[in-house]
Every structure is written in C-alpha cells, then in structure tokens.
Design a protein around this ligand. Structure first.
Ligand code: C2E
Ligand code: CA
Ligand code: CA
Ligand code: CA
Length: 279
C-alpha cells in the first residue's frame, strides 16, 4: 500500500507539473513568513526632477525563503493575493514601513514621503481605511506623508466601491497614486472619477520610449494631459540620462529608477542619503 501511495503521489506531482508544485510550496511557507520574520522591506528613492532632490521613497517587499532563497515579489504577491494572505502581508508592510520611516525622520530630520503598494484585494478590504488611520497615528506621521499606490486594474475591478474607498482615504488626507499607468486600458478619462494625486507612468513606456520618436510623443502628450487634469507624474524605471533629459524637457514631475538609486534596506538608504548627489 505504501509503494502504491508513493506512485500515486509521483503521478499526481507530474500531472500537476513542476510549476504547480513550487507554487504550493510557496503558498504553504507564505503562511509562516510574517511570524518567522522572513520579509524585509527595501526603499527606492523618488526624485523631484526640478530640484534633483530625493523627495520620497517607495516600499518594496522582499521575501527571504529559508530554503529557496530570495523570491521576487512578482512571484509571491499573486499567490498572496489569490490565497487572501495579501491582507495580512499588506497590513504588515504598511505598519512596518511607517515605523521605519518614523525612525528615519527621527534620525535624519528628512521629511520624506512614503509610497506603499496596495493590492486589489486590500483595496476591497473593509478595514483598509481604519488600518491606514491607525498606522499613521502609531507612527505619528501626518497623513499627507503617506501615499498609496493602486494599479489601474485594481481601481477598475469594482469602480463604485473603489471610488467610495478612495474618497474615504482622501478624506483622511493620504495621497493617492495610480501605479503602472499605461498598462491597463482605462485611460485618463475614467481615472477622473477617482480623487487621485499622482500617476506613475509604467517603466515599459519609459524604457521603450527612449528609442522611438513616436513613443516620445506619447509621453509628452500624456504629461500634458495629466498636468491639465492637475495630476503629478512620476516616471518609473528611469535608467539612462537620455530618457532623463526627455523627461526634463517634457516637465515630468518626478523620476524613480536605477539611474538614481536601487531599492535599498533602510540602513543602507540612510548612508545613501548622506552621500548621494540627489539627496
Ligand atoms: P512596482 O510597484 O511597479 O515597483 C517597481 C518595480 O520596478 C520594483 O520591482 C523595482 O525594483 C523595479 N525597478 C525600479 N527601478 C527600476 C529600473 O530602473 N529598471 C527596472 N528594470 N526596474 C526597476 P520589485 O521590487 O521586484 O517589485 C515588483 C512588483 O511587486 C512591484 O512593482 C509591485 O507591483 C509588487 N510589490 C512589491 N512590493 C509590494 C508590496 O509591498 N505590496 C504589494 N501589493 N505589491 C508589491
Ligand atoms: Ca508601485
Ligand atoms: Ca509601478
Ligand atoms: Ca510594475
């Protein structure tokens, strides 16, 4: 019976395929990742393109799996999302990054803004608004120092609910940004329904656009339209001086990318803040 069981398992495993097995492994260990302290937060600077100063940080989660090593967020965030674990992970990210920002401000006196990614599922959670309020209070941060990044697809999933929750968040005073703009199909017209402050232009545009003149026209038109709608624009994935020059020419507000800085853990970021030309 034992041998048959083993064979069954082998059959099952090959049927599911290796990808599904890895996924199951990840999902199982994701349950303990918070309590076992396996997550780590990195912060990527955001640069104001007029002053060339660091004005904010985006929190990016890292998972150090005890056996598999570092798992990229694009691999585990979708699993966390589907299994519902994103709600507790998201809450942890919000709380921990606000705490770390408070410590950074206390040590350096630099009032940097903090951007935190919020997933579609978190946005629909009934407790998001309370969570945000509690976390800000605990870290003693003014609400305008926190920005929440929401993807276009998350906003569009349940538009009326999203509008209502965003209004509540806006009433608290937090900043609201659309992440990965340009990868969805909604366009700016739809986005006018939401009380937004910032659009983050997806890096696939920013990078590709360095090449073709047609794409550059797109970026320029996009910036003009966003500004006409009173939105501030952040270009993601700024990797070259060439694209930076175009962004400056088109009056893009802020930039983020390897040209300025990689995402760094807080202790390294603090050193970077002391040494970098952008700070
Ligand atoms: P995102 O929100 O679009 O974050 C930007 C991603 O681009 C980050 O990848 C960052 O490391 C990377 N990046 C920054 N500058 C450059 C550049 O110049 N060139 C290139 N090629 N890439 C650059 P990362 O850290 O791997 O995160 C991937 C995605 O995972 C994020 O995309 C976000 O959607 C998700 N994510 C990360 N942390 C969290 C989190 O705490 N909560 C949620 N819900 N999602 C998160
Ligand atoms: Ca983001
Ligand atoms: Ca993004
Ligand atoms: Ca992205």
């Amino acid at each position: 019976a034992k041998a048959a069981g083993r064979n069954n398992f082998r059959f099952f495993e090959s049927e599911m395929g290796e990808a599904a097995t890895v996924r199951m492994k990840l999902e199982n260990s994701l349950h303990h990742a918070i309590s076992r302290n396996e997550f780590e937060l990195h912060y990527q600077p955001r640069i104001d393109l007029k002053s060339m100063q660091i004005v904010g940080l985006e929190t990016l989660i890292r998972w150090n799996h005890p056996q598999l090593g570092r798992i990229p967020p694009l691999q585990f965030i979708p699993i966390a999302e589907e299994s519902g674990m994103i709600e507790s992970i998201g809450q942890w990210v919000l709380q921990e990054s606000c705490r770390q920002l408070r410590q950074l401000i206390d040590r350096t006196g630099r009032p940097l803004r903090l951007s935190v990614n919020v997933s579609a599922r978190q946005l629909k959670s009934k407790t998001l608004v309370q969570q945000v309020q509690a976390v800000l209070q605990e870290a003693e941060l003014p609400s305008h120092m926190l920005e929440l990044e929401l993807t276009e697809t998350a906003l569009m999933e349940d538009m009326d609910i999203s509008v209502a929750i965003l209004r509540e968040l806006k009433d608290l005073g937090v900043m609201l940004a659309v992440d990965d703009f340009g990868t969805g199909y909604s366009g700016l017209a739809y986005l006018q329904r939401f009380p937004l402050d910032v659009l983050k232009l997806d890096r696939s545009f920013v990078n590709e656009n360095a090449e073709g003149a047609k794409n550059l026209k797109f970026i320029k038109a996009f910036l003009d339209l966003a500004h006409a709608l009173n939105l501030s624009v952040v270009a993601e994935g700024v990797e070259t001086l060439e694209i930076l020059n175009y962004l400056l020419e088109f009056s893009c507000d802020e930039g983020q990318g390897y040209l300025f800085a990689q995402p760094l853990p807080m202790d390294e970021l603090e050193i970077f803040l002391k040494q970098s030309d952008f700070s």
